[in-house]
Structures are given as C-alpha cells and as structure tokens.
Design a protein around this ligand. Structure first.
Ligand SMILES: C[S@@+](CC[C@H](N)C(=O)[O-])C[C@H]1O[C@@H](n2cnc3c(N)ncnc32)[C@H](O)[C@@H]1O
Length: 208
C-alpha cells in the first residue's frame, strides 16, 4: 500500500472513531442509565421528557423497560407525555423504580427545585438519574443567561454549579452513588444542545 493509501486509511479510521464518540455523547442519557441500572430496575419516570427521544432510546435498549413520560406540555413525538402542574406528580408513593430528570431542574425556579426533587423521591424506590448543566464561572453565567432567556421560564439565578446541585440533593437526603462531569467541548453533541458550551454534570442518586 502506498503513502496515499495509508493516509486515506488513517483518515477513515479517525473519522470512524469520531463518529462513534459523537454518537455515544448524543445518547448520554440512555447510555448512562444502561451503565448504572440493575437488571430488575425497569419502571422509569422521565420527568420533563420533552420530545420523548431519551425515553424511546431507553425502551429500545431493553424491551422490559417501561418509561412513563411527564411534562408541563405534551411535546412527545413517540407517544404521549402526561401533562401536570410542574409541582405535584400525579402518582402514588413508590410507583416507579427510578426517575430520569434530564436538563430540567435549571428551568425550575431555584426556590422550587428542592420541592420537585422531594416529589420525585416520593414516587420512586431506587434511584434518580439527574443530568444538569454546571454553571460555575462568570463565563458560564454569560452563556447561561441567553439559554435561560430563550427558554422563557427560568433565569440565570436558577442555574447552579455541580457542587451546588450536589448540596440540593444532600438537603433532600439523597446519597450520591456517582457524580461525573463532561468536558464542555462535548456539550454541543448532546442532543438538542446546539452550541451551548457548558459542562454537564451527571448524578446517580440513591433514594433512601
Ligand atoms: C431542555 S428540555 C429537556 C428535555 C429532555 N429531558 C431532554 O433531555 O431532551 C427541558 C424540559 O423540562 C420541562 N420542564 C420544565 N419545568 C418542569 C417541571 N417543573 N416539571 C416537569 N418538566 C418541566 C420543559 O417543559 C422541557 O420539556
């Protein structure tokens, strides 16, 4: 094989690695849950499910998984999200094994975040999987101001750093099983995030 062939082969291999990496980041939510969940942890609540794609990917990963989606409005493209008032989850105690709350809490007014976390603890038995933006510096706050304004219901005051999110979960009485931060440069590849270059923090939390 000549030099041109070698260069071409190396180019194809690098492109394939990048494609695999970006696809993995794109599926950050279902990938994280697949990695941490127990085999019999199958009944999930996806709170703030949005278009429902995370729930759909999770169902596709294992047909025994049942995901109930709930949101302030039904924008679910893969079924229906239950519409509720944003405060009281319309399910009895311990209805679900675990709950997913992906990029939702920073859109909830800071004074109501702890209450919503406690409400999730009421309806779940095992874990909360929380995905959040970590707003830790002045630079982050500048980026975040536009993002929060675009969303309409939240302000930069509702966003927190990874450590401040951890403090909210400690207040609620949750145990941190794992906490990890992504690089801010992978953020645009998480679905729906466009060019919002902030770090993301992932918590796997044990419900007492
Ligand atoms: C940035 S989107 C995230 C959607 C989805 N979880 C995802 O990861 O693609 C934020 C979602 O949170 C929802 N939301 C905001 N406040 C909420 C609340 N109090 N309870 C439930 N959902 C809420 C919004 O309606 C929106 O669908």
């Amino acid at each position: 094989m000549g030099t041109v062939g070698l260069v071409f082969g190396a180019g194809v291999a690098i492109a394939a690695c990048v494609a695999v990496y970006l696809r993995a980041q794109h599926r950050l939510v279902p990938r994280t849950i697949e990695r941490h969940r127990a085999r019999d942890e199958t009944r999930f609540l996806d709170l703030g499910a949005g278009d429902g794609l995370n729930a759909e990917w999770l169902r596709q990963s294992d047909t025994t998984i049942d995901v109930t989606c709930i949101d302030l409005a039904n924008e679910n493209r893969f079924g229906a999200s239950i519409v509720y008032d944003g405060r009281t989850i319309p399910f009895p105690e311990k209805s679900f094994d675990s709950a997913i709350i992906a990029f939702v809490l920073h859109h909830v007014p800071a004074t109501r975040q702890l209450g919503l976390v406690r409400e999730l603890m009421r309806v779940t038995r095992r874990r909360l999987y929380v995905f959040e933006d970590s707003i830790a510096s002045h630079f982050d706050r500048c980026l975040c101001a536009g993002h929060q304004r675009a969303f309409g219901t939240s302000t930069v005051e509702d966003a927190r750093s990874a450590d401040a999110w951890r403090a909210v979960f400690a207040d609620a009485g949750l145990t941190v099983e794992s906490m990890s931060l992504t690089s801010r440069f992978i953020a645009p590849w998480i679905r729906g995030c466009k060019c919002y270059l902030v770090q993301r923090v992932i918590f796997v939390l044990r419900v007492p």
